[in-house]
Design a protein. Structure first.
Lengths: 149, 149
DNA sequence: TGCTAATATTTAATATGTTAAGTTTTATAA
DNA sequence: TTATAAAACTTAACATATTAAATATTAGCA
């Protein structure tokens, strides 16, 4: 049951966007302090992680993978570059594209933080069970393909 | 399948927070233009909706229901009050609390926009089916109670 | 009663989200 | 080939997110 005494959900509990926000927020309350301890925001971390998992990518791809809009990404990579965690260089074949790459410092910090993040994720998985969480991810994946009408 | 050609999901597709963000974003791409047409942001709309569904509430309750942090809510209600959609008054019994209430203009705009929002939600429900979506909301509800380890 | 801790909200500072407009480079078609 | 549209980023402006600190008020207790 809900731990928040005197707080009851309104009918908005049937709202998918709010339900997703609430669930996401519950998890981030665990993840954020770990990232903050190392001086990273949630979004900066997503950028590093995506680059680590997929290797060098152009900004558009990173924006898509990390689910960050281009204008936000521009600022984020500006900071990550200044702090020397990533390097940025214009694509040789297409002058519009900007390629991003983790520096060695970036790879280092990534490997340093990842285990702490994994720990939390494992605790979540242990509590809710792999099956339920994979069902959740599957449905979320389907909904992600909603393209309005 | 994914409509984004040349864009493939990294391993972050297994990340629950990112999956929720992506799914939520897909839906909001449909909802936001409707709200924007009436000059409201997503968050302002959540505040109006919560007040409409639960009636007058103090700021803390609204913050919880709308899933908005207190500092953000302070500014949001500042604007909504200025625009005369809500009224704000200090609680008589507890001077720390601020009670919020929809004005008649607030109720009016709420009733005006709600049907458009419902329309989209119904389309989503029609596409994915009530059962799947209710499974989704159920699991999200469980995960929302995660309180760290 | 008076002191201190706890609450509820607000203010401040920095980072990101969102939409629109601006830049530079590439693709296209007349 | 060249004018024009499209693509990929960036910049700008305003709104929200996050954390910390400040304010004001109430609650608890010696």
């Amino acid at each position: 049951m809900n731990k928040e005494v005197n707080k009851t959900y309104p009918d908005t509990s049937k709202s998918l966007p709010i339900a997703m926000l609430r669930a996401r927020e519950a998890m981030m309350l665990s993840f954020r302090p770990v990232l903050a301890k190392h001086g990273f925001t949630e979004q900066q971390w997503r950028v590093l992680r995506v680059l680590g998992e997929k290797g060098d990518s152009d900004a558009g791809q990173v924006a898509f993978d990390a689910c960050i809009l281009a204008p936000s990404l521009s600022r984020i990579i500006g900071k990550l570059e200044k702090d020397q965690y990533i390097s940025r260089f214009v694509d040789a074949k297409d002058g519009r594209r900007v390629n991003l790459s983790l520096t060695s410092a970036g790879k280092e910090i990534l490997n340093k933080i990842a285990p702490d993040v994994e720990l939390i994720y494992n605790a979540i998985q242990k509590r809710y069970g792999e099956e339920k969480l994979s069902t959740l991810i599957d449905i979320l994946g389907e909904v992600s393909e909603w393209r309005g009408r």
